[in-house]
Design a protein around this ligand. Structure first.
Ligand SMILES: [Zn+2]
Ligand SMILES: [Zn+2]
Length: 329
């Protein structure tokens, strides 16, 4: 299963036979035709995708690959994924952007990972929101707080088709995943897109990140366990009850989910975690599979302004689905 999916993920696999095409229809992503992919990448200021998923990804002899890489380094030097200045290596932030990332290492709610102003007593401190309405997932760490650099990376992956950014995000999420997964029988489940959105975008950014996490950590992923049966409207600007109403029933389990998930630790993978409405709805569906535990891991956690001086984002108006109508910078 995992091997088959990885095959499907490879850019250019769309040229496969009818059997593969049918498989892709049910997969969590649809590969972009290689020529379209290259055309899009060439118009973007950065070039990590050409460098990592295009020419240099081909199985060329070593000498040719090295020569091609030298030419690429000269013509398309690696750039910071957030601000675009030239940097020393692929998937590397410049010093300024790197310094601006908040890795959320301070005290935080053990359920939703929202930073807490001070370390609360007890082994598993919870924020007020989680105490009042416990989420259906146990733990939801994120690699970084949602700030300008984290936002740019997420949006360029999602809308700018900078698929190489999935690897970068996974690299910074891997440490959290290793701790979260522990030695248990964990399985990664990317938050799925509705099929119409999948076809219009061409790929599911969460599935790309999950695949990269699987490669980095060895924790397998299953893109056919959870289905999105409702194309939900944007959650942006909606009150909490309204957000919950919109995503209610949006997710469903595959017919054979219980066979594959029962007794396992399922870890939802998403790009942005803000209100948590989407993650809650997805986790509720996963819990019906008989999983021993459901948790979540995201690239960026939106943190209330009061806890993040200088953060210009409105906590109540953002979520993974809420930024769908924004264009990449
Ligand atoms: Zn930068
Ligand atoms: Zn909390």
């Amino acid at each position: 299963m995992r091997g088959q999916h990885r095959q499907a993920v490879a850019l250019g696999a769309v040229a496969g036979g009818g059997k593969k095409r049918r498989r892709l229809r049910h997969a969590a992503l649809v590969p972009i035709p290689a020529i379209l992919h290259k055309g899009i990448m060439a118009t973007n200021p950065g070039n990590a995708d050409i460098r990592t998923a295009g020419w240099t990804g081909l199985d060329w002899p070593g000498s040719l690959r090295r020569a091609g890489r030298t030419i690429l380094d000269y013509a398309l030097p690696p750039r910071c994924p957030a601000c675009g200045v030239i940097v020393g290596d692929d998937r590397q932030f410049c010093l300024s952007c790197w310094s601006s990332l908040d890795f959320l290492d301070g005290p935080a709610c053990t359920r939703c990972s929202i930073p807490l102003p001070t370390a609360l007593p007890g082994s598993e401190p919870s924020c007020g929101a989680c105490l009042a309405d416990p989420p259906p997932f146990e733990g939801a760490p994120a690699a970084v707080a949602y700030g300008p650099a984290a936002r740019t990376v997420a949006l360029r992956l999602k809308y700018g088709r900078r698929t190489g950014h999935a690897r970068l995000m996974a690299q910074l999420m891997a440490r959290r995943l290793t701790i979260l997964a522990g030695a248990g029988d964990a399985l990664l489940v990317a938050v799925p897109l509705h099929r119409w959105r999948l076809w219009s975008r061409g790929f599911n950014q969460a599935a790309l990140v999950a695949d990269e996490l699987a490669k980095l950590t060895g924790v397998p992923c299953d893109h056919h366990l959870l289905l999105r049966r409702k194309a939900t409207a944007s959650l942006r600007g909606k009150a909490r009850r309204e957000r919950e109403r919109i995503v209610a029933g949006a997710f469903a389990l595959a017919a054979d989910a219980k066979v594959r998930a029962a007794g396992r630790h399922l870890i939802l993978i998403d790009d942005v975690h803000a209100s948590g409405a989407t993650l809650r709805a997805a986790a509720r569906a996963l819990k019906r599979s008989g999983a021993s535990r459901v948790s979540a891991l995201s690239w960026a956690r939106v943190v209330p302004d009061a806890l993040m001086p200088g953060n210009i984002f409105d906590f109540a108006s953002l979520d993974s689905d809420m930024i769908d109508n924004r264009m990449s910078g």
